[in-house]
Design a protein around this ligand. Structure first.
Ligand code: ADP
Ligand code: 5GP
Length: 214
């Protein structure tokens, strides 16, 4: 049953992007653990699995030929080449989920963000995380311990280009203190959930307030 606290609403697409190493995976994991109303849009990728990653949970890991087949069969809302590998957002789960009022979290880059915005502008909320400094970004990439030195250098080289896309986002948050950053991100999500256009149950509710006997 829906009441004033659970008015029907359309789901939203919450996009978190950042230069690699700035902390979006950390923020994304915490959001998914602490907010029961948002689920991850699991991307498909051709890159090899990292230690600790789970197939079907962090990504759906596929071969290049499988990915090419999915592109040809229009499985993706968007897809892009990143660091020599392909990444794509599957269509089916998200489209149905939004109608049912589910929110989706996207950990995708600026190219994917632009494509999703062009297709589904009113459903999209774009959040960009920045590192507090370039030195700290290098420290985080090195400290993460998941990539060899040449990959870290490639990610650093790309970071400036990624940062230059900051103005394609609705919100920009500097990830200095992790707890503060998380709090800001959850505040953005809470506010966007209350936007009038998304609250499809409002019309009936307000009618009840203003109608006979109201
Ligand atoms: P991304 O997903 O953007 O590539 P990660 O979330 O993997 O980045 O973060 C990169 C590394 O930096 C991880 O080891 C993570 O624990 C660490 N990290 C993330 N946010 C902070 C922060 N605010 N302060 C210190 N370390 C952080
Ligand atoms: P990583 O290999 O570190 O997990 O991700 C590398 C980059 O690919 C990150 O910037 C991440 O946001 C991006 N990415 C992950 N999934 C997708 C996707 O489905 N589409 C696009 N466009 N980018 C993605």
């Amino acid at each position: 049953m829906t009441g004033p606290d659970t008015l029907q609403r359309r789901g939203l697409m919450f996009i978190l992007s950042s230069p690699s190493g700035a902390g979006k995976t950390t923020i994304a994991r915490r959001l998914l653990a602490e907010d029961g109303d948002i689920r991850l849009s699991v991307s498909v990728t051709t890159r090899p699995m990292r230690p600790g990653e789970v197939d079907g949970q962090d990504y759906i890991f596929v071969s290049q030929s499988e990915f090419d087949r999915m592109v040809a069969e229009e499985h993706f809302l968007e897809w892009a080449h990143v660091f020599g590998h392909c990444y794509g957002t599957p269509k089916a789960q998200v489209k149905a989920g939004l109608r049912e009022g589910h929110d989706f979290l996207f950990d995708i880059d600026w190219q994917g963000t632009q494509q999703l915005y062009q297709k589904l502008e009113t459903d999209v909320v774009r959040v960009f995380l920045l590192p507090p400094s370039i030195e700290e970004l290098r420290r985080r990439l090195t400290g993460r311990g998941t990539d060899p030195a040449d990959v870290i250098q490639a990610r650093m080289d790309r970071a400036r280009a990624e940062i230059s896309h900051w103005d394609g986002y609705d919100y920009v948050v500097v990830n200095d203190d992790i707890d503060l950053c998380f709090e800001k991100v959850t505040q953005i999500l809470a506010a966007e959930r209350m936007s009038r256009a998304r609250q499809t149950g409002l019309i009936g509710f307000v009618r009840g307030l203003t109608g006979p006997g109201g």
